[in-house]
Design a protein around this ligand. Structure first.
Ligand SMILES: [Zn+2]
Length: 714
């Protein structure tokens, strides 16, 4: 299939003021031009190959969309306008089969099909467009506390651009780093599309089950967009990926469509690009990656420059995390996988320079660390190979998210008010090209991944003084919490303030464990009890420094002047439940026996101490009275409960019945025989304080039903 340019003849491109002159001996292959035009007409883009020119590739890559360079072969896409520019250069080329035109079964699944599948196992399919959208909203419906689907805009043809936000308490903005994965901005590069969907599913189904996943999700807010270019992926209709294209429906390569630090993009900004820019302007993404295909490697910033021309400030950190990614992949994949550019890792511009990439947009303009993840040599990957590609990559995908939790973390706030500030965190002598990071409101938190080392760090915000702290040691796979109050008289020294919790029952803010504050900072600590617990006290070296009698409660504020070790104490909330027992005339009844839940108090003890929150049954018993029972709720403080015990008139022997044996006992009583267990209150039916023949008559009437007995009433 290769052209005659494979012979020893080299094309030499000479560039003079932007014009390229070629030896006239190279005639354009008319057959290929015809094939190219047919592909352009059908798909709006053409895929072709030519030999890498000696010079002038930068200028060329600014016009056509270079897909990859292997050995000396340049693989490229062009739309109609850019291809006619290319034709004008008279460079020999060969039209290749379009990667989106495949002859294998794409195993397309409708939403009805997917509902029948066990998604924990079988991700060897591609969804129809409707199935994709339904699956995204299914995640939200099934895991409403963990997942929210956010539509950030629409493609040219009105298809949805969707993110899954994955975060415990998904509706809250937590003070944790924001992280982003996206895929398939090149519509025909589809492995990442499925791996992204599967990653969403994997995170959601393992939260609370797998400790590492749970911890990861607790410490990061994860955003995943499986498909940034649905018009390219579903190029011909919603039911198949067959014929997928790199460009969007306008034939524009979206990965050349972002603002870049070198020159203006030639193409008008596309709706897919605008949606992503507008959305991410509202976020503070710390790290991200963008999934592609066509080769197997990781490509880290910058794309706009070779590493000789301009390295990213965190170039060494990039190599560290990139080799972490690829080494882990290699440990779990067959030999040869992800070995593009030799070992699977390349600086973007060292492979080939492009302008307008999303990677450079995020790194250069958004202070976000983004790399380009090339998942499979086959762009439109055979779906039968998707499970294997997941297996090669998922550990690395999770590891990379976790890197956003390491490095420098903390908050920046106003020293007087404690209000979080929008601040810049800049590392003098290290940061360049916007590698500094910023805090995010409403919490004022920041996160700065960085390779281990010793750094000075400068904190600044509008209207406030600047604080620079020096000689901070940072370590790989560790997090250092540094909280900076601006407005404080601060020399730049930081003090270690360790915060721990005695036992369980709550959490402490702004961190747990070891953290630092700048000298002179007003330190504001907060101890937040879990449900069912209460704050007791802050202690230091066993001494109480603040307890719950203080008006501020669990808030503890002091000025940072020295290292401190503080401990918050919580206790399970308990109440007392007090009973007041009286008869139906309002007279107190003594010596009743009360049972609350499983606890039976001694007779006469009407208070239950240290009751935990909850609902309890109770029973109140006293001889000569009918026992009373019921249910009470304890949970909002101490409980006082009034109990009225009724008696049973006539039942002088307290057996719960009125019968002739009561009459016998009453006669014994007023014959002065002082019988045992005689219930006077039941015998004195007429309430005259005496038991005599009148009471016997009434009792007899009760027995024979001539009188309804009733409790005495006041
Ligand atoms: Zn791509």
């Amino acid at each position: 299939m290769y052209l005659s340019i494979h012979s020893k003849q080299y094309i030499t491109l000479l560039l003079f003021m932007g014009s390229i002159f070629l030896p006239a001996s190279y005639a354009i292959n008319e057959c290929h031009e015809k094939k190219a035009n047919a592909m352009l007409e059908k798909k709006g883009e053409v895929y072709f190959m030519f030999q890498k020119p000696e010079t002038g590739l930068y200028q060329l890559s600014n016009r056509i969309s270079i897909d990859k360079i292997l050995d000396r072969n340049v693989y490229a896409y062009a739309n109609e306008a850019s291809f006619s520019y290319f034709i004008g250069l008279n460079i020999p080329f060969e039209v290749l089969d379009h990667p989106g035109d495949v002859d294998f079964d794409l195993n397309m699944k409708t939403w009805e099909d997917l509902l029948m599948r066990d998604l924990t196992e079988s991700w060897d399919f591609y969804p129809t467009y409707e199935a994709y959208v339904s699956l995204m909203y299914y995640f939200e419906d099934t895991f409403p506390d963990l997942a929210e689907i956010v539509k950030i805009g629409e493609s040219v043809l009105g298809r949805d651009l969707l993110f899954a936000k994955i975060s415990p308490q998904v509706n809250e903005r937590r003070p944790v780093p924001q992280f982003m994965y996206t895929s398939t901005m090149h519509g025909d590069e589809t492995a990442g599309f499925i791996l992204s969907l599967r990653l969403i599913h994997h995170l959601l189904t393992n939260y609370g089950e797998d400790d590492a996943i749970t911890d990861l999700m607790n410490n990061v807010e994860i955003w995943i967009c499986p498909n940034e270019n649905p018009d390219g992926t579903y190029r011909f209709n919603n039911s198949t990926l067959a014929g997928a294209t790199r460009g969007n429906i306008n034939g524009v390569d979206l990965n050349r469509n972002y603002p870049n630090p070198v020159n203006d993009p030639l193409q008008v900004q596309q709706p897919e690009t605008t949606a992503m820019i507008n959305f991410t302007d509202t976020m503070n993404f710390i790290m991200s990656a963008n999934m592609h295909g066509g080769i197997e490697l990781v490509n880290f910033p910058f794309d706009s420059w070779t590493s000789n021309q301009n390295k990213h400030a965190d170039h060494d950190w990039w190599e560290f995390v990139m080799y972490e990614y690829v080494d882990t992949v290699h440990a779990h994949s067959p030999a040869g996988y992800m070995t593009g550019m030799g070992d699977g890792v390349t600086h973007g511009g060292d492979w080939y320079v492009i302008y307008g990439s999303r990677q450079d947009y995020f790194n250069y303009y958004k202070s976000c660390r983004e790399f380009t993840l090339e998942l499979s040599n086959q762009k439109l990957l055979n779906p039968a190979l998707l499970p294997a590609h997941w297996d090669y990559n998922y550990r690395s995908l999770l590891n990379y998210i976790r890197q956003s939790t390491y490095g420098l973390h903390g908050t920046v706030y106003d020293n007087e008010t404690g209000e979080p500030l929008l601040a810049e965190i800049y590392i003098p002598g290290h940061d360049s090209d916007n590698s500094q990071v910023y805090t995010a409101l409403p919490h004022g938190n920041y996160n700065r991944p960085i390779l281990e080392g010793t750094y000075d760090i400068r904190y600044s915000a509008e209207i406030h003084n600047t604080v620079t702290i020096t000689g901070v040691d940072l370590f790989n796979y560790h997090t250092k919490n540094i909280h900076i109050a601006l407005g404080a008289e601060s020399s730049g020294e930081i003090f270690e303030i360790s915060l721990s919790i005695e036992g369980e029952g709550g959490k402490v803010l702004p961190y747990s464990g070891t953290g630092y504050f700048n000298d002179g900072a007003n330190v504001f600590l907060n101890a937040i009890p879990d449900s069912g617990y209460q704050f007791l006290k802050w202690t230091e070296n066993g001494e109480i420094v603040m307890d719950d009698d203080e008006p501020a409660g669990a808030h503890y504020a002091f000025m940072a002047e020295d290292a401190r070790e503080l401990t918050a104490h919580f206790d399970s909330i308990s109440f007392y439940v007090a009973f007041n027992v009286s008869d139906n005339l309002g007279n107190s009844i003594h010596n009743a026996t009360i049972t609350l839940g499983d606890i039976e108090n001694a007779p006469g003890n009407y208070i239950f101490w240290n009751v935990d929150p909850g609902t309890y049954t109770y029973k109140v018993e006293r001889s000569c009275y009918l026992s009373d029972n019921g249910q009470l709720f304890a949970g909002n403080g101490n409980v006082y409960i009034d109990i009225t015990l009724n008696n049973l008139p006539g039942d002088v022997n307290d057996d719960g019945q009125v019968n002739v044996s009561d009459v016998v006992l009453m006669i014994d009583y007023f014959m002065n025989q002082e019988p045992n267990n005689f219930c006077f209150i039941n015998g004195d039916i007429n309430g005259d304080g005496l038991i005599n023949v009148m009471d016997v008559i009434k009792t007899t009437n009760l027995i024979f039903g001539r009188e309804m007995y009733s409790p005495k009433t006041p």
